[in-house]
Design a protein around this ligand. Structure first.
Ligand code: NAD
Ligand SMILES: O=C(O)C1=N[C@H](C(=O)O)CCC1
Length: 273
């Protein structure tokens, strides 16, 4: 640790991702843990953040008192729920703190609030912070360019039984990447549900299928299928540390950027390829 270290606050510190993020902050050079937040009423308030993550005492207590901690951090990493994110967003705008948003499941109007906030602070907003998934988003542009206007496109995702939103943010980002390349609106082509007598597959549909089971960390496949052949582009995450390491990398990168809205492809330099 040195005086130039970026001080990170973790929101949702007691969650599956929050605990991994505490771990990642302690392991990665250039960042230190400044604060750990949980929502009001959480049974984890007052618990030591290091002990929460199984790392021993850090003398940083989990709190819901943002105002009291505001001088302890430069950037807030949020993996919570949309309503939680929007509360933290208002606080960060008010107090000029950068934000890394990993939460998924936002409505269009909530996404617009994030975009508006990014006029005042730096925000990286990504449905998936793994390097591999962001590479996949780029590969999908290539596949869509070559096969997108004649093949049947389907996106399949699988996650653990506790996940509350569907399709996953990553599956939607994959759909957006394909739709943007084809110059179409995902909302006009997405098919999220099939049941009963559906009729034949409409040409140009982008289908989504969701699996929720056990402890699956996160798996995504995009299929481009024609008669006689199909291409499948897949990513499988086997540890949440891949997301946590990516989010901390984004926090370091964001500290050197001007105010604005970025995604993980900006952080990795993939948007200029
Ligand atoms: N972008 C990525 O790379 C990535 C990776 C994994 C998970 N996620 C997303 O991150 C989010 C969290 O996932 P998780 O598996 O850690 O979930 P989780 O349920 O284990 O953790 C959520 C945390 O948020 C807290 N929380 C819930 N409601 C809140 C509120 N209103 N205000 C403040 N805090 C609140 C909970 O107490 C908990 O600590 C989900 O939206 C998930 O889809 C994104
Ligand atoms: O575990 C989750 O929840 C995940 N959510 C993200 C999504 O919705 O895409 C990323 C993968 C893990």
């Amino acid at each position: 640790m040195n005086n130039n270290s970026i001080r990170v606050a973790i929101a949702g510190a007691g969650g599956r991702m929050g605990r991994q993020l505490i771990n990642a902050v302690l392991q990665i050079e250039g960042v230190i843990l400044g604060a750990a937040f949980e929502h009001t009423g959480s049974s984890l308030l007052g618990v030591d953040a290091g002990e929460l993550a199984g790392l021993g005492k850090l003398n940083i207590r989990v709190t819901d008192q943002l105002e009291q901690e505001k001088d302890q951090f430069d950037v807030l990493i949020d993996f919570t729920r949309p309503e939680g994110t929007l509360n933290y967003l208002a606080f960060c705008v008010e107090n000029h703190k950068n934000m890394i948003i990993g939460t998924t499941g936002f409505s269009d109007s909530q996404k617009e609030m994030i975009a508006q906030a990014a006029k005042n602070i730096g925000i990286v907003f990504a449905a998936n912070y793994s390097i591999g998934v962001n590479l996949v988003l780029k590969l999908l542009e290539k596949a869509a360019k070559i096969m997108g206007d004649y093949s049947d496109i389907e996106i399949i995702e699988a996650h653990h039984r506790h996940k509350v939103d569907a399709p996953s943010g990553t599956a939607l980002a994959m759909g957006e990447s394909i739709a943007d390349t084809l110059n179409i609106k995902l909302a006009d082509h997405a098919v999220y549900c099939r049941e009963g007598h559906t009729g034949e597959r409409p040409k140009g549909a982008i289908g989504f299928a969701t699996i929720r089971a056990g402890d699956i960390v996160g798996e995504h496949t995009a299929i481009f299928a024609d008669i006689g052949e199909r291409v499948e582009i897949s990513h499988k995450a086997s540890s949440r540390m891949t997301f946590a390491n990516g989010a901390v990398r984004a926090a370091i990168w964001l500290s050197a950027q001007p105010t604005g809205l970025y995604d993980m492809r900006d952080v990795l330099g993939l948007n200029t390829l």
